[in-house]
Design a protein around this ligand. Structure first.
Ligand SMILES: *Cc1c(COP(=O)(O)O)cnc(C)c1O
Length: 486
C-alpha cells in the first residue's frame, strides 16, 4: 500500500477543524487528568476522508461479488429490506412505548411469527433469539423444560452427528447435557444403525442439521425422527440450511419438534462481522408454553385487530431484551413478502441448481468426497492437490488473487481438505462461470506452478496472516515506529 497511513500524514499544526476563539475565561485543568503528550495525528479533514475511504475499499463484501462461504448463506441483501427497516415508524420507535402506539410494529412481528411457522410447519415461533447459536440455546432450554415438566430427570444426553456445526455440541454442553456423537455413513447421512445403539431412556434430544453441513439432504431424516421419538426424546433441527428447501420441505411435517431459522442467512438480512442477526425458533404445539416470554398475540375487536405482548405461561424466561433484534426482523419480513410463496420456492430451486452447477463443472479437477446431487452448497476436497503439495488453504488464498472471496475450508471436519462452496441463488451464470474458471486455473497451477499457489495471495495489502495470533492478540492500533517494539 503506497499511500501513507493516517498517522504518517500527520504534520504539526495541520488541522481538520478550526476551533473558534474561546469566549469564556480559560480554566486550568486538574494536573492529574492531563498528560504531557498526546500523540494524535495532525491532519486535515481531507486526509481523514481519504484514509477511511481507502480502508473501505480494502473490504470485500457481498455487494462486490461472489461470497461462496458454505454453511453461511451469504446472499445478496435486497435494498428494499433496507427501505423498510428505515421507515421512521420502525426505525424511530422505542421498546418502552405503550403497545397502542406501536401497533404496526407488533403486527409485523405477529405476521412474521406466522409466516415462519407456515414456511417450516411449526405451530409457534419466538422471534427473540439474536442468532442461530442463540436459537439453539433457546431450543435446548425448551427441551430441558419439557422433560422437567414431565418429571423426567433421567434424560442427560443430547445426540449430535459428527458432521454437526460446532455450535450444536457447544449448545448441548452449555445447557448441561452430555454430548453423544454419532457417525455419518458413506452417503453422508446419519448412520441409523449407530444411532439405534446410543438412543435410550437417557436421550433428551437429538440435534441435526438438515440439509446437513455436507450440503446433503439426510435421506434418513424421517426414520431418525421416529427412532428418537420412540425413545421419548425430542428432535431439534438446526435450520441454518433452510435456504435449500423453502417451499419444498416443511421440517415440522417430517416430525421435528424444534427448529431455529437463521434469518440473516435464509431471509437475506445482512450479516458477517458478527451481526446483528436473528435466530427465531419454531416449535410444535406441545412445546409452545415453554418459549421465551413474551410473545405477540392478536385480538379481534369490533374496531378491527389489535396486537399486544402476552406472557408465556411456563416460559424458559427471556432470551433477549424487549422484542429481539427488531430491525433485522423487519428485513426478514420484507424479504418473505417480497418473494411470496412461489418466490421462496424459486429461491431454493435456484440456490440448489447453482450449487450443483459448480460441482458438475469442477468434479473432473477436484475430488468430490460424496458423489450425490447436493443441495444449496457443494462439497469438494483439495485432496488431489494435496498430493502435489498444495493445500486447500493455498487454494483459498489463491482465489483472493483471482478476485473471489474463498469458500469455507476445512469444514465439515470429517472431510479431508474440505472446500464447502455455497454460491446462493442470486449469482448469475456469468459469475458462476468465472468462479469455475478461477478454480480450474488454480487446479492447473497446482500442477504446473505450485509455488504460485502456495505463496498466494500476491495482490493483497497484507499477505498471509498468522490467524491464531491475529485472533488472540489482535494488533488493531497503529503505533509510532519507536513504540512499536513488540
Ligand atoms: C451459521 C450456522 C449456525 C450458527 O448460526 P449463527 O447465527 O452464526 O449463530 C449453526 N448451525 C449451522 C449449520 C450454521 O450454518
Amino acid at each position: 500500500m503506497a499511500e501513507p497511513l493516517l498517522f504518517e500524514m500527520s504534520r504539526p499544526e495541520r488541522k481538520g477543524v478550526p476551533v473558534p476563539q474561546s469566549d469564556v475565561p480559560e480554566q486550568a485543568l486538574p494536573a492529574e487528568l492531563c498528560r504531557d503528550s498526546l500523540p494524535l495525528p495532525e491532519v486535515a479533514e481531507r486526509d481523514v476522508v481519504k484514509h477511511f475511504t481507502r480502508l473501505s475499499q480494502l473490504n470485500y463484501g457481498i455487494d462486490l461479488g461472489l461470497y461462496p462461504l458454505g454453511s453461511c448463506t451469504m446472499k445478496y441483501n435486497p435494498r428494499i429490506n433496507e427501505d423498510a427497516a428505515r421507515q421512521p415508524g420502525f426505525a424511530m420507535i422505542h421498546p418502552y412505548q405503550p403497545a397502542e402506539t406501536v401497533q404496526g410494529a407488533l403486527e409485523l412481528l405477529y405476521e412474521l411469527q406466522g409466516y415462519l411457522a407456515e414456511i417450516s410447519g411449526f405451530d409457534a415461533v419466538t422471534l427473540q433469539p439474536a442468532a442461530g447459536a442463540h436459537g439453539e440455546l433457546t431450543g435446548i432450554l425448551v427441551v430441558r423444560a419439557y422433560h422437567e415438566s414431565r418429571g423426567d430427570s433421567a434424560r442427560t444426553k443430547v445426540i449430535v452427528p459428527d458432521s454437526a456445526h460446532g455450535t450444536n455440541p457447544a449448545t448441548a454442553a452449555m445447557a448441561g447435557y452430555q454430548v453423544i456423537t454419532v457417525p455419518s455413513n458413506a452417503r453422508g447421512n446419519v448412520d441409523l444403525e449407530a444411532l439405534r445403539k446410543v438412543v435410550g431412556p437417557d436421550t433428551a434430544a437429538m440435534m441435526i442439521t438438515n440439509p446437513n453441513t455436507l450440503g446433503l439432504y439426510d435421506e434418513g431424516a424421517s426414520e431418525l425422527v421416529e427412532i428418537i421419538h420412540e425413545a421419548g426424546g425430542l428432535v431439534y433441527n438446526d435450520g441454518a440450511n433452510f435456504n435449500a428447501i423453502l417451499g419444498i420441505v416443511k421440517p415440522g411435517e417430517i416430525g421435528f419438534d424444534i427448529m431455529h431459522y437463521n434469518v440473516h442467512k435464509t431471509f437475506s438480512t445482512p450479516h458477517g462481522g458478527g451481526g446483528p442477526g436473528a435466530g427465531p425458533v419454531g416449535v410444535k404445539a406441545h412445546l409452545a408454553r415453554f418459549l421465551p416470554t413474551p410473545t405477540v398475540v392478536k385480538d379481534e375487536t369490533d374496531a378491527g385487530p389489535t396486537y399486544r405482548l402476552e406472557p408465556v405461561p411456563d416460559s424458559i424466561g427471556k432470551l433477549h431484551a424487549f422484542w429481539g433484534n427488531f430491525g433485522v426482523l423487519v428485513r426478514a419480513y420484507t424479504y418473505i413478502i417480497a418473494n411470496g410463496d412461489t418466490g421462496l420456492r424459486a429461491v431454493s430451486e435456484h440456490a440448489v441448481l447453482n450449487a450443483n452447477y459448480i460441482r458438475a463443472k469442477l468434479s473432473d479437477v477436484y475430488a468430490v468426497p460424496i458423489d450425490r446431487i447436493n443441495m444449496h452448497e457443494c462439497l469438494l476436497s483439495g485432496s488431489r492437490q494435496k498430493k502435489l503439495g498444495v493445500r486447500t488453504l493455498d487454494i483459498a488464498k489463491r482465489l483472493i488473487d483471482k478476485g473471489f472471496y474463498p469458500p469455507t475450508v476445512y469444514f465439515p471436519l470429517i472431510i479431508d481438505e474440505a472446500l464447502l462452496i455455497e454460491p446462493t441463488e442470486t449469482e448469475t451464470v456469468e459469475t458462476l462461470d468465472s468462479f469455475i474458471a478461477a478454480m480450474r486455473e488454480i487446479a492447473r497451477e497446482a500442477e504446473e506452478q505450485p509455488e504460485e499457489v502456495k505463496s498466494a495471495p500476491h495482490h493483497t495489502p497484507v499477505r498471509r496472516l498468522d490467524e491464531a495470533t491475529a485472533a488472540r492478540r489482535p494488533n488493531l492500533r497503529w503505533q509510532p515506529p519507536e513504540q512499536a517494539a513488540d
